[in-house]
Structure formats: structure tokens, C-alpha cells
Design a protein around this ligand. Structure first.
Ligand code: FES
Length: 158
């Protein structure tokens, strides 16, 4: 199976090409576009990005695996990201992760058997003043506690 950008992404790529001096500089926007299309970065998408950036697949994979915003395997329908960096950690992130793991029956990095949720622990998301922060499907939820997160999870499920 091969990978190709959507026409809109292909147009964006051409625009970006004119802004960057070297093809390798396109790696992050290309990875993001590919993930947006497929929900994760398949081997075919990684090979496509490697071709476009004139890098080897191993280099592209190493960049993709460095950032928690990129997924190298299929993800659940909903993605729950809990910040585990200092401010959030000091304000209860560990308790949130523990409660989520227990409720969902999975550990960090896993997806529920029904494919509904993927749980991740991520680094600082730039909202330290509202710690602890949980992001569900890209939406920030500030100052969470186990009770508020349980409600949020139920709302997300429905
Ligand atoms: S430490 Fe959690 S958002 Fe910065």
C-alpha cells in the first residue's frame, strides 16, 4: 500500500517547499500532514516523508518517535494525553494517570480493546499555570482532578 498526500496537503507542501532551504526542513510539517490523514504514521507514510525530505526512513522514524505528538501505531478513536511534567506532576497528574489506567483497563501508550481510547503521558503542553492539564482529542482541559476527569471521560464516551 502506498501513501500520497491529499490535494490540499500536496498544495501546502509545495508552498512550504518555497519557504525552506533544504528538503529535510520539511520533516515536521510533512509528518504532521501524514498523521492528520491516517491518524498515525504508517510505514508507507514514513517512507513517503523520507522520500520527500531526502532522508532515510530510519532518520524520519527517529524524529517521529522523539515527539509524543506523533504516533507510530494506530490510535484509539479518542486520544487522552496527560501532562506529566513538573507543574502537572506536583498538582496530581500521577493520580489522574492512575485513575485513567484503572478505569480504562490499559497502561500508558496502550489503546482500549474496543479501540475507543488511547492513553498517553506527554511533556509540558505550555499551560503550566493551569496544572494539571489533560488534552482529549486536542482540546485542553485545565485544573483536572479525578472527579472532573471521570465526568469528562463519561462525556467523551457518549
Ligand atoms: S507542566 Fe503540564 S502544562 Fe506545563
Amino acid at each position: 500500500m502506498s501513501f500520497a498526500l491529499t490535494p490540499a496537503h500536496a498544495q501546502r507542501l509545495e508552498h512550504l517547499r518555497s519557504r525552506y532551504e533544504t528538503p529535510r526542513s520539511l520533516i515536521l510539517p510533512l509528518l504532521w500532514m501524514a498523521q492528520t490523514q491516517e491518524g498515525y504514521l504508517s510505514p508507507e507514510a514514513l517512507a513517503f516523508v523520507a522520500h520527500e525530505t531526502q532522508l532515510c526512513v530510519a532518520d524520519v522514524t527517529s524524529v517521529a518517535s522523539f515527539y509524543t505528538m506523533f504516533a507510530l501505531s494506530p490510535q484509539g478513536h479518542h486520544t487522552i494525553e496527560v501532562c506529566g511534567t513538573l507543574s502537572c506532576h506536583l498538582n496530581g497528574a500521577s493520580q489522574l494517570i492512575e485513575a485513567l489506567q484503572k478505569t480504562l483497563g490499559i497502561t500508558l501508550g496502550q489503546t482500549t480493546a474496543d479501540g475507543a481510547f488511547t492513553l498517553k503521558k506527554v511533556e509540558c503542553m505550555g499551560a503550566c499555570h493551569e496544572a494539571p492539564v489533560v488534552v482529549i482529542d486536542g482540546v485542553y482541559h485545565a485544573r483536572q482532578n479525578v472527579q472532573s476527569l471521570t465526568t469528562l471521560l463519561e462525556e467523551t464516551r457518549s
